[in-house]
Design a protein around this ligand. Structure first.
Ligand code: PGA
Length: 253
């Protein structure tokens, strides 16, 4: 089993066009002496073209979209397709982030369709799952995550599993400074791996499962040391090049 750890920064609605180029250039420079880890950054959508230009030819850093639509064209005002992202030079698309589910009414069904479209279009889907605080407190974490993961599995074939990235992000840990403990993360990651194994057999070992939720340079190494934690989806701590690079280096060790 050899899963290359994958650290992706999710900049959400942060950084101007100028700042995007500046921070990406610093990250690119910092990655020059780092090996054995895959890194990505998801800038604001309007900055994707220049982010792809700023990282063009770079093998250690890929650009991710924070969202994508499932249709390839048509009367869908405000949307963009996988083909548009591919044309720019993007590598990944984050799908079903909890903020999209919460503020933009994204559903498990829509997430499944977006994952399918992303694979069909030749990009890597980073599909997000995770429970709300009240769901955790009600003991429903495993049920919620199982349901969300199943909607993804239903749209991914076994021979595509190696391309799939799942991000487990407990919603109560996002942007709150409250990280899941390494043991809490591993418990859910192991359950996801088990569910993947039922669907894909040994191919389940090739799916990367990232943890997300208040990952910082100070806690990254501990989280990443867990057997089924194959990387991180990092919000706040990815906005600064040094802090993001410290997390990437923790994964490389
Ligand atoms: P955070 O965000 O690292 O700021 O908690 C993670 C995410 O939402 O992907």
């Amino acid at each position: 089993m050899s899963r290359t750890p994958f650290i992706c920064g999710n900049w959400k609605l942060n950084h101007s066009l100028a700042a995007t180029t500046e921070v990406l250039t610093a990250i690119r420079r910092g990655l020059a002496d780092v090996d054995g880890v895959e890194a990505g950054i998801a800038p604001v959508t309007t900055c994707l073209a220049s982010a792809c230009d700023a990282t063009s030819g770079e093998t250690k850093l890929g650009i991710a979209a924070q969202n994508v639509f499932w249709a390839d064209k048509g009367a869908y005002t405000g949307e963009w397709s996988v083909a548009h992202l591919k044309e720019l030079g993007c590598t990944y698309a984050i799908i079903g982030h909890s903020e999209r589910r919460q503020y933009f009414n994204e559903t498990d069904e829509g997430v499944g369709k977006k994952v399918r479209a992303t694979l069909d279009g030749g990009l890597v889907p980073i599909a997000c799952v995770g429970e709300l605080l009240e769901e955790r407190e009600a003991g429903k974490t495993m049920d919620v995550v199982h349901r969300q993961v199943q909607a993804i599995i239903d749209n991914v074939k076994a021979d595509e599993a190696a391309t799939l990235v799942i991000a487990y992000e407990p919603v109560w840990a996002i942007g709150t400074g409250k990280t899941a403990t390494a043991a809490q993360a591993q418990e859910v990651h192991a359950a996801i791996r088990g569910q993947l194994r039922e669907a894909y057999g040994d191919e389940a070992d090739n799916v990367r499962i990232q943890y997300g939720g208040s990952v910082k340079p100070a806690n990254a190494a501990e989280l990443l040391s867990e057997a089924d934690v194959d990387g991180a989806l990092v919000g706040g701590a990815s906005l600064d090049a040094d802090s993001f690079l410290a997390i990437v280096k923790a994964a490389a060790n």
